[in-house]
Design a protein around this ligand. Structure first.
Ligand SMILES: NC(=O)c1ccc[n+]([C@@H]2O[C@H](COP(=O)([O-])OP(=O)(O)OC[C@H]3O[C@@H](n4cnc5c(N)ncnc54)[C@H](OP(=O)(O)O)[C@@H]3O)[C@@H](O)[C@H]2O)c1
Length: 279
């Protein structure tokens, strides 16, 4: 991190990062490698993780392992435990996650259930495991990813925003509970960020922060804050709505999300008109 953040050494020698193959998790991996921590990278795409391992080891002279696994698969949790058991892990970063957008009644239940598994249940199991392990250390850290949509209900991303509210509440509470054990819990709530997220969620972002700036601004606050709004855009979007009643925030966020989701829908209608005729 120009970024170089030597204070992160106290969370070493090993950090585990889920969602490390892309976007913010990948940027976190680079920042932590630069700070000299050894890494375990977790995501599904094996070829990307394997190349990242080689590149980070060569560039930063650290040790890097990877676990290619689908975190919605219950067996992935056992693999994560087994493959990190021999390591002195002091930092856990739960960046894996994805979103959906559009009308709730048009959503696919299987995809929403999968999102609950990845965004919530997998994180619950992982945090439970590492919090117990981290009690043995004098200092350790857990970084969770909520979102600015997690601070209120967000129509047109109703279930995604609910998964992020789950993470926000979990993180806020654990930051207080785990602090006496020397465990710093930080929940980061980014606004729109350029990454693989928008494509998978079928959203179009007008303004967006870089994944690197989210990672740097998050890591700077570890051990200093319980929640961080990383970067100017996240702060702006939250502070604009400060003081409004919750129902008004819900309406505003619904309009914003409708714009982000419908841009994609309109583009598809224009470029794929024949598909509807065929079915
Ligand atoms: N981008 C935004 O605007 C934004 C805003 C607020 C919060 N966030 C949150 O920030 C976090 C990181 O998102 P991002 O923006 O960096 O998105 P991204 O570029 O799409 O990265 C998501 C990461 O999660 C991994 N992942 C997804 N499903 C997985 C599964 N079933 N099992 C294992 N790994 C899985 C992906 O790796 P594989 O594909 O290799 O599995 C990838 O490494 C997410 O929790 C997201 O909700 C993002």
């Amino acid at each position: 991190m120009s970024s170089r953040n030597n204070s992160l050494h106290v969370y070493g020698p090993w950090a585990v990062i889920t969602g490390a193959s892309s976007g913010i998790g990948r940027a976190m991996a680079v920042c932590l490698a630069e700070a000299g921590l050894n890494l375990v990278l977790v995501a599904r795409q094996e070829s990307i993780l394997s190349k990242m391992c080689r590149d980070l080891e060569n560039e930063f002279k650290i040790e890097v392992r990877f676990i290619a696994t689908d975190l919605s698969d219950p067996e992935s949790f056992q693999r994560l435990i087994a493959q990190t058991q021999d390591l002195e892990v002091g930092l856990f970063v739960a960046a894996a996650g994805f979103g959906t957008s559009g009308k709730f009644i048009e959503s696919h239940l299987d995809e929403e259930l999968n999102m609950a598994d990845v965004n919530c249940l997998a994180v619950l199991k992982q945090v439970h495991h590492f919090a117990i392990r981290f009690q043995e250390r004098t200092k350790s850290g857990i970084i969770l990813f909520s979102s600015i949509v997690g601070f209120q209900g967000t129509p047109n991303a109703a279930h995604y925003s609910a998964t992020k509210a789950y993470i926000q509440n979990l993180g806020e509470a654990l930051s207080v509970e785990l602090s006496p054990h020397g465990i710093d819990v930080l929940t980061t709530a980014p606004g729109p960020t350029s990454s693989g997220f928008a494509d998978r969620a079928k959203m179009k972002m007008g303004m967006a922060m870089t994944a690197e700036s989210v990672a740097i601004n998050t890591l700077r606050k570890l051990g200093r804050r319980h929640t961080v709004l990383p970067g100017f855009l996240s702060k702006l979007l939250v502070y604009i709505m400060t003081g409004l009643p919750r129902w008004a925030k819900v309406k505003i966020m619904g309009h914003v999300m409708h714009g982000m989701a419908s841009t994609i829908a309109n583009t598809k209608t224009k470029s794929e008109p024949i598909a509807d005729d065929v079915t």
